[in-house]
Structure formats: structure tokens, C-alpha cells
Design a protein around this ligand. Structure first.
Ligand code: GDP
Ligand code: CA
Length: 319
């Protein structure tokens, strides 16, 4: 079994690529839930949904989130209430778009959680409904929430930073509220210990992989088997392909490069997969304590993705 630590888009693509190389039913994605939020009283799990919809071939390919063939009637109708909302109310938020078909997922998840089901159970049900062959598990069944401190003062939730503020403002700190009390979801400790190898997907190291690593059990388990842990750099040529990973690394005092990524991951992973554009930094990655493996890592075609997956597994000496 192959375990993959997952954020959203980069991880979803990597899991898809992996299915060309190993039996998907032998793959477990352990997914960040610290981006999760409640809006309209609905439990929304952006990273789980991005991975699920991608693996079900139902993601909107242009947006990279939400479902393809989507309509937005409910959001449009909400504006009527946003117009009369009292000043202190947060009802009828319209800054976070939820498509009509996507809403069904949040309805179902919220109703099942309300009946007492755990997030792990509901996630398995949603995956079954979408006929996802990989196993997806939330990192924890308990609530962990990313809180972002803005440079101009004040704390906001991750989705306020990411969506409402378009991740366009500098940050000075990130913390994961609830992480010190939360435990791994049932079965995840066993998966991390028994997997043939663990891949850290090309996801945001701070806000996607960071929350998983903030759970007390994770880093010691990874460190104890570091030679079979491989990470794929989400930073290519000093930049993120999409999203704030590069700026966040800089703003929080790290380097936005494969070397900065290597410094973060070297305690828990022996190998970093980097793109040929960063080949000149391989010696610096090694100085930071990780073996550098160079292969094209922008998953712009199924062939490149499959080769990236094959090379990554080989690097963790599975094949
Ligand atoms: P989010 O939760 O949807 O924001 O997505 P992730 O946590 O998975 O992080 C997005 C990161 O994935 C960005 O830093 C991207 O640079 C990285 N990423 C997305 N697609 C690819 C890809 O094809 N290859 C690599 N190496 N990184 C990618
Ligand atoms: Ca995310």
C-alpha cells in the first residue's frame, strides 16, 4: 500500500497520476482538513472535495475546484438575503462560491455528521458515491482550523485569507488551532506505519502538509521511516504553479525554492523530487539533508504525471 499526504489540487493530480502506475485500490490519500469551514451551516471540506472530484473525473478543469457542468442558481438567489443582512450577521455569505451540484455533497456530509457519523465514515461514503477507487481519509475526525495572521494585524480563517482576500495580503504567522488535541483519524497511524512508502504530494508545505504534520503522531512516525518517505516539490523554479505557497514560504522566513522545501521536509523525508529547471540546486538540496531526484514534475499530461509517479515510488525503493 502507498500512502500519500495530501492537500488539494497538487495532491489530487498526483493521486490521479499514481493510478497509472499502481492499483488505485492500493493507494490511501491522507487529506488535510484544516481548510475546512462551515458556511450556511454546511460542513465544507475543500481539500477532500477537490481530491474526490478530481479522482471521479468530475472536477471543473478550468477552475480546478468544484464540479464541471455546474450552475450557480442558489448563489444568485442568496444575494437577495445578503442585501438585507444586518451588519453584524455573517448569514448569506456570497464570497465563497458553492455550485448547485456541489451543494449536494455539503448537504449530505452535514446531515450525516449531524446524525453522529464521523468525518472518516462520511468521506468513505462520498468516495463510494463517486466511485473513487482510491481510499481517502481525513487526517483527523476532530476539527483542526488554520488561522492566518495578517501583516497588517488581525487573524482570519484560512478561507477568508484564501478566497475572500484572494491570498493577496502578506501574512506573518500561521497556526493550526486544535491540532495539539486532535488525533489521527482511525486507521491512519497503522497506514503510516505499514505503507510500503509514503509520498508527500506536491501540496502547499505550510498550509496543506503543515496541518497533517502538526498532529502529534505524524512527524515521529515519518522520521522513524524516513528512507521510505519521498516528497515532491510544489515549488518549481522558485514559484508555485498556482496559489500562495511561494509567497507564504518567503513571508514566513523560509526560502521559496526547492532548498527551502528541503529544509522543511528533511527531518521526515529522505528524498525530494525536483524538476529539471531546479537541477542546479540539487547540491544545495543535498546540503539541506535530502537526496535530490530530478524528473519533470509539472503534471501537464498523463504521461508526465505517470513518469513522475513512477520515479517517486522508485525513489522510495518500492519498485
Ligand atoms: P490546494 O489545497 O488546492 O491549494 O492545493 P495544494 O495544497 O495541493 O497546493 C497547491 C500547490 O500544488 C501549489 O504550490 C502548486 O505549485 C502545486 N502543484 C499543483 N500542481 C502541480 C504539479 O503538477 N506539479 C508540482 N510539482 N506541483 C504542483
Ligand atoms: Ca487546500
Amino acid at each position: 500500500m502507498i500512502a500519500v499526504l495530501c492537500g488539494g489540487v497538487g495532491a489530487a493530480r498526483f493521486l490521479g497520476a499514481l493510478s497509472h502506475v499502481v492499483d488505485p485500490s492500493d493507494t490511501v490519500g491522507i487529506v488535510n482538513t484544516a481548510d475546512d469551514t462551515v458556511l450556511h451551516g454546511l460542513a465544507i471540506c475543500p481539500d477532500l472535495d477537490t481530491v474526490t472530484y478530481t479522482l471521479a473525473n468530475a472536477i471543473d478543469p478550468d477552475r480546478g475546484w468544484g464540479l464541471s457542468d455546474e450552475s450557480w442558481r442558489a448563489m444568485e438567489a442568496l444575494q437577495r438575503y445578503a442585501d438585507v443582512r444586518p451588519q453584524r450577521s455573517v448569514a448569506a455569505p456570497t464570497w465563497f462560491n458553492l455550485g448547485d451540484r456541489d451543494l449536494a455533497t455539503h448537504f449530505y456530509r452535514t446531515a450525516r455528521l449531524g446524525e453522529g457519523a464521523t468525518l472518516s465514515e462520511v468521506t468513505a461514503e462520498i468516495c463510494a458515491a463517486w466511485q473513487v477507487r482510491q481510499r481517502l481519509v481525513p487526517m483527523s475526525d476532530q476539527r483542526v482550523s488554520t488561522v492566518v495572521t495578517l501583516a497588517d494585524g488581525g487573524d482570519v480563517s484560512f478561507q477568508e485569507y484564501f478566497v475572500k482576500l484572494h491570498h493577496g495580503v502578506p501574512v506573518t504567522a500561521v497556526r493550526f488551532v486544535g491540532a495539539s488535541e486532535a488525533t489521527l483519524a482511525p486507521g491512519v497511524e497503522g497506514i503510516l506505519k505499514s505503507a510500503e512508502c509514503i509520498v508527500i504530494a506536491p501540496s502547499n508545505p505550510i498550509v496543506s502538509i503543515g496541518p497533517i504534520r502538526a498532529l502529534a503522531e505524524v512527524d515521529p512516525i515519518l522520521a522513524a521511516r524516513r528512507s521510505s518517505v519521498v516528497a515532491i516539490s510544489p515549488i518549481i523554479g522558485g514559484a508555485a504553479l498556482k496559489g500562495p505557497a511561494d509567497r507564504m514560504l518567503n513571508e514566513l522566513g523560509h526560502e521559496s525554492s526547492v532548498v527551502g522545501v528541503a529544509r522543511l521536509y528533511s527531518p521526515v523525508a529522505a528524498t525530494l523530487v525536483i524538476d529539471p529547471v531546479d537541477a542546479h540546486l540539487a547540491p544545495a538540496v543535498e546540503d539541506a539533508g535530502m537526496r535530490a531526484v530530478i524528473t519533470p514534475s509539472v503534471m501537464s499530461s498523463p504521461e508526465i504525471g505517470a513518469e513522475l509517479a513512477r520515479v517517486s515510488l522508485l525513489a522510495a525503493s518500492v519498485q
